[in-house]
Design a protein around this ligand. Structure first.
Ligand SMILES: Nc1ncnc2c1ncn2[C@@H]1O[C@H](COP(=O)(O)OP(=O)(O)O)[C@@H](O)[C@H]1O
Ligand SMILES: CCCC(=O)OP(=O)(O)O
Length: 352
């Protein structure tokens, strides 16, 4: 059984070919900012990213018509529980219209849907960005017009949390973890007995990240929006694509900023240390959500490759619980296994 896996992220498209549960090829196509800036709308990246996906299938020595299924990262959808979902018309319509917001992951189901039509094969998403397992108390923001919305790196956080729990000789459903995904966006989530009961919205709140502004001073933000200096579109770009490290340093490459800091650039050091400070504060806050009953703090994502970042976070938070590091991500595997569970009849797919 041949499964094509597609994971569009903000700075990359990751592609894998799976034969049942076995990975046969994994490829990461990096997209630098200049390359993506050629497309004015996210939807315009469709042909370009799909071209890379088709090329990877050929590189793996497979023909498109040999594929039995396609699975992709799910994007900003209506709030849904965790699990595998069949891609359907309603889902693709919501994503094409960006009804719940714009994010690169929206392209996953759109590309998979087009391959489903072309090849007449089933198409799925697994644990999309919109997974919502919030406790009711987590939904209030402080302003009745604005509800807090769960949008996070649910796919990787859940896959890594299962792996860490297993390594601790326990089930994911029997542990309390604080999982931090440090990527282009940052998610910090308390996972209580297998449910992600809160998370900073990675597009909207929490620590600043590579390109996200995170939580901002609300009153001053309103004043900036109405200052006449920026259009709505410019403000959205500022907080989602040009905030965080990029806003201060003009690059989205955190390892470059780290090198600058190490070679004596005071500004670079301050910026990277401020991000670390905010991540650690968020972990502390999430420890209170779990009332201090934390079995482990898990740090994952691209930035978990950095010894500098990990070491400094660890110093601030290891009084709470042991810190486990899982660099990179397990998203491709989690997608393939989620699709295979359905294809092999072990699980029923959810309907959107
Ligand atoms: N060795 C490293 N040291 C520091 N930062 C790193 C390292 N490797 C990757 N990163 C950073 O991780 C981020 C990308 O993480 P990733 O999880 O791949 O992101 P995405 O959310 O785009 O999928 C980028 O900001 C990149 O600079
Ligand atoms: C919107 C939550 C998911 C997210 O931020 O993903 P990336 O880090 O891949 O942009």
């Amino acid at each position: 059984m041949k499964i094509l896996v597609i994971n569009p992220g903000s700075t990359s498209t990751k592609i894998a070919l799976y034969e049942k549960e076995q990975s046969k090829l994994e490829k990461t196509v990096r997209h630098d900012s200049e390359e993506l800036e050629k497309f004015s709308e996210l939807a315009d990246q469709f042909e370009y990213r799909l071209g890379h996906v088709k090329e990877a299938v050929q590189e793996g020595g497979w023909e498109l018509h040999e594929l039995d299924a396609v699975v992709a990262r799910g994007g900003l959808l209506k709030p849904v529980p965790g699990g595998t979902f069949e891609i359907n018309e309603k889902m693709v319509d919501d994503l094409k219209k960006a009804r719940y917001g714009e994010h690169a992951s929206n392209l996953g189901a759109i590309m998979a849907d087009s391959l489903r039509d072309e090849l007449n094969i089933p198409a799925y998403i697994v644990d999309p960005v919109a997974v919502d397992e919030f406790e009711e108390v987590a939904r209030l923001s402080g302003l009745k017009d604005l509800e807090r919305i769960s949008q996070s790196h649910a796919l990787n956080m859940k896959a890594v949390a299962r792996e860490v729990a297993e390594n601790m000789g326990k089930s994911y459903f029997d542990v309390n973890l604080i999982v931090c995904h440090l990527g282009s966006g940052i998610s910090v989530a308390p996972h209580k007995n297998g449910k992600m009961i809160d998370v900073n919205n990675a597009n909207n709140e929490g620590p600043f990240a590579t390109e996200r502004a995170g939580t901002l001073p609300a009153y001053n933000l309103v004043r900036l929006c109405y200052s006449g200096r920026y259009s709505e579109e410019e403000m959205v770009k500022k907080v989602i694509k040009e905030g965080g490290i990029y806003s201060y340093m003009g690059t989205k490459d955190v390892s470059k900023v780290e090198e600058q800091a190490k070679s004596g650039d005071e500004r670079a050091k301050l910026v990277i240390d401020a991000m670390i400070y905010q991540i650690s504060k968020e972990i502390g806050a999430m420890a209170t959500v779990l009332e201090g009953q934390v079995d482990a703090i898990v740090i994952t994502g691209g930035m978990a490759n950095s010894k500098y970042i990990i070491g400094k976070i660890q110093k601030r938070v290891d009084f709470i619980a042991p810190v486990k590091i899982v660099p990179g991500e397990r998203e491709l595997e989690a997608l393939a296994l989620g699709a295979y569970r359905v294809l092999s009849g072990k699980e029923q797919p959810n309907i959107y």
